[in-house]
Design a protein around this ligand. Structure first.
Ligand SMILES: Cc1cc2nc3c(=O)[nH]c(=O)nc-3n(C[C@H](O)[C@H](O)[C@H](O)COP(=O)(O)OP(=O)(O)OC[C@H]3O[C@@H](n4cnc5c(N)ncnc54)[C@H](O)[C@@H]3O)c2cc1C
Ligand code: SF4
Length: 492
């Protein structure tokens, strides 16, 4: 343990960010490099708990509590406090293939379950994780690890998001020959086309992909399995196949006026914005928020990313509608430690919108009633009503419209960000893989589908989730594949 009295002596120091109005001028990451003395002070706050709830990685009420990949957090906190960065990196890489992704964009369930949170604000675990891996790259400690021996077994992975990449990394290190098929023109899944550059710089993703290529993983891009190559061809060429196709089937808004020109799925907008940033040709009609009134329907993180993107494109105004009421400032009695806190926070996008327009762009408990277009079919306004949450006679939660609360909003662009239905089914059909509720029917911890030699991991199995869960499933599934091919496994 670093400093026994650290948590009593030092307050939590929050992530240092670039000034909102400044960062709106570019697409670079919104956080700054955190000073080393601050990180050491924060590491000193760790109590090295006997039962470190930060790394338990269990689900309570459907949300992660503690780190799903069981990062050895107290160990690397202690090492950082003592200035032993290289040793901290060794510990970090034991459990996490890609800390440079989680250190930037994980919602950090580890912090929500940190024991210090019982008496005050948690240890800033995520910042410490990011600093360890960034230092690893800066100092040249991260080098390609080329496996010395090959087993002769061949594995195909469909989809190159964090689940596919984690599985590929593990299986390649176990000596198998791994080929990753990806329908997009770049590797990374939602790490590349989904999460905006200001949260996760695409150079950071590219740097990891380069390393994986150097280590021997083969990536085949612009190739949709089930369309450009059949399941039979894959089965003939490979000993095992892992489906890591994500859960990107977008939920649509069934509403009067939905067909208006100017209404788009959030993912199409975010993907296009990243392509434009990377100077990749966009074949679809341009979606640009410059000078436009933008409305984002959906109160989640994808919606927040749309707000931040529209601000950088210099929109005229932006609002984000959520159907739920504003969250409380502190945990409610139904959301106690060590659960992930379900409380009001100011995400980067909201800080930026507030700095730009003087108010938070979020509108709560809003129901969209209809979209109205002009005589040319172009969107011009959106009609809403305020909702209230009550309960019926049987005590069930019901949402009711508040009479007289109707409102008309000017709108040139609407982004639909109301979640994802699940994985795309054609590829599952192609393999004859069974599914339930738009998820591949395979058990967590086992990952086998009903088809021999075909496994599934990540969002395609779990439903739209988090990068850290995708990494957990990719690693764990790799272990099962190795076990099934070799009869025993060297993988954790
Ligand atoms: C806008 C947005 C922002 C997010 N922000 C965060 C965040 O800040 N933090 C966080 O932890 N999580 C975030 N998430 C969630 C996170 O990105 C996902 O949970 C994670 O990427 C899932 O990983 P995956 O590998 O299972 O699937 P994905 O990342 O979805 O990758 C699946 C890949 O499979 C490919 N594919 C699909 N079908 C085929 C086929 N037939 N042939 C070939 N390739 C195919 C797809 O093109 C895609 O590249 C965000 C999600 C979205 C949408
Ligand atoms: S729960 Fe918090 S204080 Fe305890 S070991 Fe983990 S990071 Fe340290």
């Amino acid at each position: 343990m670093g400093k026994p009295t650290g948590f009593l002596e030092y307050p939590r120091e929050e992530t240092i960010e670039r000034k909102p109005l400044q960062r709106l001028k570019d697409w670079k990451e919104y956080t700054e490099k955190q000073p080393e003395d601050m990180l050491k002070r924060q590491a000193a706050r760790c109590m090295d708990c006997g039962t470190p709830f930060c790394h338990i990685g269990i689900e309570i009420n459907g949300a992660a509590s503690g780190c799903p990949i069981n990062n050895l957090i107290p160990e690397w906190n202690d090492l950082v406090y003592r200035g032993k960065w290289k040793e901290a990196l060794d510990r970090l890489l034991k459990t996490n293939n890609f800390p440079e992704f989680t250190g930037r964009v994980c919602p950090a369930p580890c912090e929500g379950s940190c024991t210090v949170e019982l008496a005050g604000p948690a240890v800033t675990i995520k910042n410490i994780e990011k600093a360890i891996i960034d230092k690893g790259f800066e100092n040249g400690w991260i080098q390609p690890r080329i496996p010395h021996k090959r087993t002769g077994k061949k594995i195909a992975i469909v989809g190159s998001g964090p689940a596919g990449l984690a599985a590929a990394d593990q299986l390649n290190q176990a000596g198998h020959s791994v080929t990753v098929y990806e329908r997009a023109d770049k590797v990374g899944g939602l790490l590349t086309y989904g999460i905006p550059n200001m949260k996760l710089d695409k150079d950071v993703v590219e740097r990891r992909v380069k390393l994986l290529r150097q280590e021997g993983i083969d990536f085949i891009l612009n190739t949709e399995v089930g369309k450009d190559i059949t399941s039979e061809e894959l089965k003939n060429q490979f000993d095992s196949i892992i489906l890591c196709t994500g859960a990107q089937k977008q939920r649509d808004l069934i509403l009067q006026g939905r067909e208006a020109e100017g209404v788009h799925f959030a993912m199409n907008y975010l993907t296009q914005a990243t392509k434009r940033l990377l100077n990749i040709e966009v074949s679809e009609p341009l979606i640009d928020a410059e000078g436009k009134h933008v409305i984002v329907i959906g109160g989640g993180d994808t919606g927040a990313d749309c707000v931040a993107t529209a601000l950088r494109q210099k929109c005229k105004s932006v609002v984000q509608f959520g159907k739920h009421p504003k969250l409380p400032d502190v945990r409610s009695d139904a959301n106690m430690w060590p659960e992930q806190p379900n409380i009001f926070t100011m995400d980067y996008a909201y800080e930026e919108a507030t700095a730009q327009y003087g108010h938070d762009p979020r509108e709560y408990s809003v129901q969209t009633k209809k979209l109205v277009s002009d005589q040319n079919g172009r969107l011009k306004e959106l009609h809403t009503v305020q909702m209230q949450r009550t309960s019926d006679d049987a005590g069930n939660l019901v949402f009711e419209e508040i009479p007289g609360s109707e409102k008309i909003w000017p709108a040139d662009l609407v982004f639909i960000a109301i979640g994802f239905e699940g994985t795309e089914l054609p590829v599952l059909k192609e393999f004859g893989v069974e599914h339930k509720n738009n998820k591949v029917d395979a058990k967590h911890g086992d990952y086998r589908t009903n088809i021999d030699g075909v496994f599934a991991a990540g969002d395609s199995r779990r439903g739209q989730s988090l990068i850290v869960w995708a990494i957990q499933e990719g690693r764990d599934c790799a272990r099962q594949v190795d076990l099934s091919l070799m009869g025993s496994t060297v993988l954790p």
